[in-house]
Design a protein around this ligand. Structure first.
Ligand code: AMP
Length: 287
């Protein structure tokens, strides 16, 4: 596996890479979720490029940019073990030159859900992902469903800007008890970790009710709030049931919704979601 830390070196390497090329964008500190994305990409493409870049423009003031978990040596070893061909890890000054002034954003969709608490977050995401797409020129890119709003917005970016890149959505990888894996989970103390399970518990209760035929959003959100009541250390930020194209709230669910939730345990912010889909004429749920 090549480890490349500059854009110019990357361009030279890219010129001789075999297509199909898959890109897996990450911020590092790899856990099994990241590794499943790399494996997924490995199954779909001849060349797998993993980018590792803790993107400063997607962190707001007072957020955890400085303390975001970083473990470069560990990440290199894990990416290589899972069969990546290249780990592209540019320093900040390579990606944002002194005169950088161009940003891409979703004025409406980026202000919904997580955008309410993180106003400039998705502008940072759109800008870095578009830059990576232009540098890497992949045939496909793999993103986790765990960051549901992010992957839906990236699909929108690709469609709206006519990018010829297939966006592949990979399932959420969870701890044995159901907690969605996240680089930030290592910040949780033992008692915070217990409280963090509330999001999954609430979504699982929602899933059960959907599978038993409940379609009214108000009732499903009520079920989730009730489940969260058992986790007093978890402060819900939002629980919303939205259409996956418009990200607008729906009154009644169909096979194209995302039930999305965000909450804080002390200073750690957690997100999780489920998606409905059609399964042989019936309602399926991916959690
Ligand atoms: P991050 O390093 O947090 O920016 O995440 C990089 C990619 O990994 C994104 O596409 C995330 O959606 C995905 N990802 C993060 N956590 C998980 C998880 N638990 N399961 C699957 N994919 C994940």
């Amino acid at each position: 596996m090549e480890v490349i830390r500059s854009n110019s070196e990357f361009k030279v390497w890219r010129a001789s890479a075999r297509s199909d090329i898959a890109l897996v964008p990450t911020m590092g500190s790899f856990h099994s979720g990241h590794l499943s994305l790399i494996q997924h990409a490995r199954q779909l493409a001849d060349t797998v490029i993993v980018s590792l870049f803790v993107n400063p423009t997607q962190f707001g003031l007072g957020e955890d940019l400085e303390t975001y978990p970083r473990d470069f040596g560990h990440d290199v070893a894990l990416a290589e073990e899972r069969g990546a061909d290249c780990l592209f890890a540019p320093p900040v000054q390579e990606m944002y030159g002194r005169l950088h002034a161009t940003y891409v954003h979703w004025p409406e969709l980026g202000a919904r859900l997580c955008g309410k608490a993180r106003p400039n977050h998705f502008q940072g995401v759109a800008t870095i992902v578009l830059k990576l797409f232009n540098l890497v020129r992949p045939d496909l890119a793999v993103f986790g469903r765990k960051d549901g709003q992010q992957v839906l917005l990236i699909k929108r970016l690709v469609a709206d800007l006519d990018l010829d890149i297939r966006i592949v959505v990979s399932p959420t990888i969870r701890e044995p008890d159901g907690l969605a894996m996240s680089s930030r989970n290592i910040n949780l103390t033992k008692s915070e970790r217990t409280q963090a399970l509330g999001l999954y518990t609430a979504l699982r209760a929602c899933k059960e009710r959907i599978l038993h035929g409940e379609q009214a959003s108000e009732s499903l959100v009520g079920t989730m709030h009730e489940a969260l009541g058992q986790f007093p250390g978890l402060r819900p930020e939002y629980i919303e049931i939205v259409d996956r194209d418009s990200l607008c709230s729906v009154e009644s669910i169909d096979t194209n919704v995302m039930v999305a939730a965000a909450a804080r345990v002390e200073s750690t912010r957690l997100i999780d979601n489920l998606w409905t889909y059609e399964m042989e004429g019936a309602m399926g749920v991916e959690l």
